[in-house]
Design a protein around this ligand. Structure first.
Ligand code: HEM
Length: 197
């Protein structure tokens, strides 16, 4: 098969639309349980984080497997991550806080897990905006790559957000944090080799 990404991309595009489609369906059929807002917040937040981690996994996976085509699905994963995080934030602003701006600003300032989540979103937004081929050309490859290392920071902040908000069972956020740490550490030997040679 010459270009596996030609098959992988549309399949992934459809699969990653399913969680949001399920939520929308759940809203209309009232199937989201006793607290639908909480459910939407949690689902969109988790998908945002899963996809951030998946985006970070592309480069190490590509190196371990030699499947260079994986790089061509990275943008799709990153943009879907941003989409779910945007839905998460919109749910918070609209359904959770009813656009009560003074309360929202106070929340962002006073509650550390909200501050950190907001910081993650602020780091992610320029990455999504500069994800087009035109933007890569405009910024130049080196500057673009430097800017897009922001994905590392955003994922670390998102893990902190999750760790901070969990009251009892830290197992799930720590799984994401460990995966993120492994995926970031996996990049170190390559960078070292690049500086030595
Ligand atoms: C990169 C950005 C972000 C990611 C990846 C993210 C991810 C998550 C995750 C994984 C959860 C927990 C879901 C669960 O318990 O199953 C969560 C919960 C939550 N997030 Fe975020 N989040 C982000 C940004 C934000 C922002 C910007 C806000 C609001 C300003 C926010 C507000 C919340 C709230 C209110 C909850 C629910 C807390 C609770 O259950 O008490 N998040 N988020």
């Amino acid at each position: 098969m010459k270009r596996p990404e030609r098959i992988a991309k549309p399949i992934l595009f459809i699969l990653l639309a399913l969680p949001i489609a399920a939520l929308v369906y759940g809203v209309f059929t009232e199937a989201l349980g006793a607290n639908p807002i909480e459910r939407i917040l949690h689902e969109t937040g988790e998908w945002g984080l899963r996809l951030l981690v998946a985006t970070l996994a592309v480069t190490p996976l590509r190196q371990w497997t030699g499947w260079n085509w994986l790089i061509r699905i990275r943008r799709l994963l990153g943009l879907y991550a941003f989409f779910y995080v945007t839905m998460h934030f919109t749910t918070y602003l609209w359904l959770d806080q009813s656009f009560d701006w003074p309360a929202i600003i106070a929340d962002i300032i006073d509650r550390p897990y909200i501050s950190v989540g907001f910081a993650a979103l602020c780091v992610l937004a320029p990455l999504a905006i500069t994800s087009t081929d035109g933007m890569v050309r405009w910024l130049g490859g080196r500057r673009w790559r430097l800017l897009h290392r922001g994905a590392y920071i955003a994922t670390i902040l998102a893990c902190l957000h999750f760790i901070w908000l969990v009251k009892a069972d830290l197992a799930e956020p720590l799984i994401y944090a460990t995966l993120t740490a492994v995926l970031l550490l996996a990049r170190i030997p390559r960078r070292r080799a690049a500086t030595v040679s």
